[in-house]
Write a protein that binds this ligand. Structure first.
Ligand SMILES: Nc1ncnc2c1ncn2[C@@H]1O[C@H](COP(=O)(O)OP(=O)(O)OP(=O)(O)O)[C@@H](O)[C@H]1O
Length: 628
């Protein structure tokens, strides 16, 4: 497989909520599948499909019954065609009136059966038009629900575009699968079984030939589809997801691409993936064509066998002209179904390939899960306690915290400082329970964060991220995200407290202004103020401020500083500080170093420690930025 370096690098540890910073992924190591430890398999996909069918079992059963009944009628039809021919060939022995009676009865029965089949098929189609869209949306919603709750690491390591593509392709997979199984394979199987029984009742030898022919044909077709074509289709799908990922990545980072004039580079990158996709898709299609040829060959042999046998029976005086008609008409029906079975098995196999990534996503372990029956966390006073915590990131060797204990009293405003990689962001992630600790406990007031629901825990924590992410929605909706039931007056009041109303009112559409994807239409300072307004509206007892590293103009900075001071009042606050000047006035400063608290005190106390780390950091501070 060509190495085109599509895998994003290791999880980016900087953002508090675990959001991957927007960046152009570097070319590098071979693409590791984001589903590396949870492989797609036929069994997993089938279990996933059955789970969704079971949810609508009544409707599925009705469709199965109607389809089977229609197939039974279809195979009875040739019996009356044979009776009609037999009646017409006995004109001289039975007399014209009796023949007419028999012929009309046979014809009437054929018309009746035809109408019955039509009505049943309409019922099947109506059932499917209700069932399939419901299954498609249910499955997409279920997978979306799962993906939203997957770990921060999973999100950091996965391309958004490819995940969206997998969900979309999977839900259309249900459309193909329902058509292939309920509308096609099931009636074909019913017709085949019916035909074997019918032939066996007339001539047991012919029944045996049809049975053997059908079994060989279906076995070879299924084997070819699932073993010869499907593995290639899986590879082709993987490259299809990569194409979406590459496009989404480049379009999402368009500002960076433009900034470096790298449009052509991104186009070449897409072309390289397209070449990989083309190669695999061509191989899949070639294999599909070859297996279709084998199927056609088997059908020709079966046809020759059946017709030859019936002609031989007729030659021996064992079959009438009507029997011959019955056999030939029935073969026509079987032939249509058998040649369609090949096509339907290929559709089935394609649908299963389309569904397999979705099945993997919906089975992916959550890592951090709510305990069964976990209650909501009531509003805490705001004490944070780490009790002998040990923590290592999943699949990492290096331990971040070992036997780490710390208490932050309710209402205290605390600055977290320390060199890059010293454990500040991890501390905050553990408070939010984005990861579970391996030993010890993280407590809010006296409640272990693992014993309450994650959603209720995180509702008690307001966060202003380093690079606030905004939804591609209006400013009002973005602020209201903290409390969806807030009135417009409350939204405006929060914006005023955050000094955001100043710029919002100047916009032609005011609070209704859409902010662009991830808030690109706003400046960094404006995005910060919208995020602060969101935090004011959330009114949570715990506050986390991840200070922006990018420098803002002094007016913006003063406004943000003022808003932050106000926001901190009466809340336990953790400030991840990148600029030491902003944390001088906090109640307490914790200096992290290699997963330990090296120094603990207010600014003046720490500055008095002549060889202290904090003091060294302050001394090294050039232009206001801490160097890591
Ligand atoms: N998602 C992750 N997976 C694996 N290791 C991680 C992850 N996030 C952080 N780490 C590692 O854990 C250690 C502590 O990282 P952390 O992000 O807490 O540091 P930090 O003090 O916040 O650094 P910075 O100031 O650069 O943001 C580092 O060695 C880092 O490489």
């Amino acid at each position: 497989m060509t190495d085109i370096g599509l895998t994003p690098g290791p999880a980016a540890p900087s953002a508090l909520s675990g959001q991957t910073p927007v960046s152009v992924p570097a070319s590098g190591p071979a693409p590791a599948s984001d589903t590396a430890d949870l492989k797609p398999s036929l069994r997993r996909t089938w279990r996933f499909v059955m789970r969704h069918w079971r949810r609508h079992w009544g409707l599925v059963l009705a469709i199965v019954l109607a389809t089977t009944l229609a197939a039974v009628l279809e195979i009875i039809l040739p019996v009356f065609a044979g009776k009609l021919v037999d009646a017409l060939s006995h004109t001289q022995t039975l007399g014209r009136d009796a023949v007419l009676d028999l012929a009309l009865t046979a014809l009437g029965s054929m018309v009746g059966l035809g109408i019955g089949m039509m009505v049943l098929r309409i019922c099947v189609f109506t059932g499917l038009t209700v069932l399939t869209p419901r299954m498609m949306t249910d499955a997409a919603l279920e997978t979306f629900r799962r993906v939203q709750r997957l770990s921060t690491d999973w999100h950091a390591n996965t391309f958004v575009g490819s995940t969206v593509r997998k969900i979309g392709r999977g839900s259309w997979g249900f459309d193909e699968l329902n058509d292939a199984i309920l509308l096609a394979m099931l009636p074909s199987c019913a017709v085949l079984v019916g035909a074997v029984v019918m032939f066996a009742l007339h001539w047991s030898l012919l029944g045996a030939v049809v049975l053997a022919g059908a079994v060989i044909y279906v076995t070879v077709t299924v084997t070819l589809s699932l073993r010869y074509v499907a593995p290639y289709a899986t590879r082709s799908n993987r490259w299809d997801s990569r194409m979406s990922a590459v496009m989404a990545d480049a379009i999402g980072c368009n500002a960076v691409v433009k900034g470096f004039g790298a449009e052509e580079r991104e186009e070449h990158r897409l072309e390289r993936v397209q070449t990989g996709w083309r190669r695999r898709t061509r191989a899949t299609w070639f294999r599909g064509t070859r297996s279709a040829l084998v199927q056609q060959l088997m059908l020709v042999m079966l046809h020759a066998g059946i017709v030859g046998l019936v002609v031989w029976f007729w030659w021996q005086g064992l079959a009438s002209a009507g029997d011959l008609t019955l056999a030939l008409t029935a073969y026509g029906v079987i032939h249509a179904h058998l040649s369609d079975i090949g096509h339907h098995i290929r559709t089935f196999q394609r649908a299963m390939n389309d569904l397999e990534d979705m099945a993997v996503l919906s089975d992916w372990p959550l890592e951090v899960e709510d305990r069964a029956g976990a209650p909501d966390l009531p509003r805490p006073r705001g004490e944070i306690r780490f009790e002998r915590v040990s923590f290592t990131y999943p699949a990492q060797q290096r331990t971040v915290y070992r036997d780490f204990s710390l208490t932050i009293p309710a209402g205290q405003r605390v600055g977290l400082v320390g060199p890059s990689g010293s454990g500040k962001t991890t501390f905050i992630k553990l408070v939010q329970r984005l990861y579970d600790v391996q030993a010890g406990a993280v407590l809010l007031d006296d409640t272990d964060v693992r014993t309450v629901t994650q959603a209720s825990l995180r509702r008690q924590i307001a966060i202003v991220q380093q690079e606030p992410l905004l939804f591609h929605r209006s400013l009002a909706d973005n602020i209201r995200y903290a409390r969806p039931d807030a009135s417009m007056a409350e939204v405006e009041a929060a914006a005023a407290l955050a000094h955001a109303d100043v710029f919002i009112r100047r916009l032609p559409e005011g609070y209704a202004t859409p902010v662009g994807e991830r808030g690109v239409k706003l400046s960094g300072g404006e995005r910060q103020r919208v995020a602060l307004a969101r935090a004011f509206l959330a009114d949570a007892p715990l506050l986390i401020l991840d200070e922006a590293t990018s420098s803002l103009d002094s007016e913006s900075e003063a406004m943000i500083q003022d808003a932050m001071e106000r926001l901190m009042q009466g809340r336990t606050t953790l400030v991840v500080a990148h600029r030491l000047s902003t944390i001088r006035s906090l109640d307490r400063i914790l200096v992290f170093d290699q997963g330990m608290i090296r120094e603990d005190g207010d600014h003046d106390t720490l500055m008095r420690m002549s060889d202290g780390l904090y003091r060294r950091l302050v001394d090294r501070q050039n232009g206001g930025l801490i160097e890591g």
